[in-house]
Design a binder for this molecule. Structure first.
Ligand SMILES: *[C@@H]1O[C@H](CO)[C@@H](O)[C@H](O)[C@H]1NC(C)=O
Ligand SMILES: *[C@@H]1O[C@H](CO)[C@@H](O)[C@H](O)[C@H]1NC(C)=O
Ligand SMILES: *[C@@H]1O[C@H](CO)[C@@H](O)[C@H](O)[C@H]1NC(C)=O
Length: 322
């Protein structure tokens, strides 16, 4: 498949309805659901070609190809599993609840093209989980990777509802005060749409994506929590858009935008999710466990193993460095 076809974003339904009355500049929809895959920050499949920048998608950074399956490099060997209490989803979590009853932040994940199968992110998500996180991803390991049916905000919200209801307790001491929504491409837009006016969500992570349409950027006013963009450099369809969104976020909001020359497909499939896996873990460990060494990896180019030393171009603002 052509790489640009992989992240096709939306539902074949509702193709000619943009902008809907709900996303006219100055009007704020009551929830992030919208009418199609990925929610109010996403785009219709029909409109997508108009917004994808010209030129080939790709990058020089390696490795990006399929790596080894591991149980992650963190202290809590992790696995992908399914759970009958959360149908239509996949869980990534430590194999056994970590000793000492440590608290586990929760992440709801959305896939590229909003497909209902997260297995292409297995390496990344297992890596994160191995540091002591419980992740509920849209879709099942046996789900379709096609776009005939796609995830919506409601799918990610079901993950939040599940965790908040205590149904993730079998994986350990899940801390529902520490909820992140995250995703790749359409799944990232879904993560932002899910966070829209949902105070349960405390962090948003956007992988290789940002808002496509200039006329929808005003909706960022309703984003009140820190946003991290991990983007694939100039050939990534998220490159220009993430620069615009980064500039447009509410004044004072802590924000991060880091680019690595991977193109839109990132390093997810590499062993332990490659450099995106490392960056994601460092960001999360800083945010949720106050690990200042991990913070320095992100923010301080001179620190050992910094993102900049890994070839990332890092922009950040409004983090308290004291
Ligand atoms: C784990 O810690 C939580 C509070 O963080 C507490 O509610 C729970 O009872 C503890 N579980 C065990 C098995 O100690
Ligand atoms: C796919 O996996 C889910 C979760 O394990 C299961 O409930 C469902 O029956 C499976 N569907 C098929 C078609 O195998
Ligand atoms: C903090 O992060 C650093 C760098 O990511 C890591 O090497 C270290 O083990 C972490 N410390 C703790 C206590 O988790």
């Amino acid at each position: 498949m052509h790489p640009l076809l992989l992240p096709l974003l939306l539902s074949p339904l509702l193709t000619h309805a943009l902008p809907t009355p709900q996303n006219q500049p100055g009007t704020f929809p009551p929830t992030g659901d919208g009418t199609y895959a990925g929610g109010i920050f996403s785009i219709s499949l029909t409109d997508l070609p108009r917004y994808i920048p010209p030129g080939p998608d790709g990058g020089t950074e390696t490795p990006r190809a399929d790596g080894q399956r591991t149980s992650g490099s963190g202290p809590y060997p992790a696995q992908m599993t399914t759970d009958p209490t959360l149908p239509g989803h996949t869980i990534f979590a430590p194999r056994t609840p970590p000793a000492g009853n440590i608290s586990l932040p929760f992440i709801a994940w959305g896939n590229g093209a909003c497909v209902l199968n997260p297995t292409q992110y297995q390496n990344l998500l297992t890596e994160i989980a191995s540091y002591g996180y419980v992740i509920a991803a849209d879709g099942t390991p046996n789900g379709s990777s096609g776009t005939e049916q796609q995830s919506k905000v409601q799918d990610m919200r079901e993950s939040l509802d599940w965790a908040v209801a205590g149904k993730a307790a079998k994986y350990g001491n899940v801390d529902v005060q520490k909820i992140t929504t995250a995703g790749h491409s359409c799944g990232g837009l879904e993560a932002m749409s899910t966070a829209y006016r949902d105070p349960r969500v405390k962090r948003i992570m956007m992988f290789n994506i940002a808002i496509f349409q200039d006329e929808k950027r005003y909706l960022l006013q309703e984003i009140k929590v820190p946003v991290a963009y991990l983007i694939g450099g100039k050939s990534d369809m998220g490159y220009e858009n993430s620069a615009k969104d980064y500039a447009r976020l509410n004044p004072g909001l802590p924000k991060l935008r880091a680019n690595l020359d991977t193109g839109h497909q990132g390093t997810f499939r590499a062993t332990n999710g490659g450099k995106q896996g490392k960056a994601a873990v460092a960001y999360l460990e800083w945010q949720w466990r106050g690990n200042m060494t991990a913070r320095d990896v992100i923010l301080k180019p001179e620190s050992p193993g910094s993102l900049v030393k890994d070839n990332w171009v890092v922009e950040s603002a409004n983090w308290d460095l004291v």
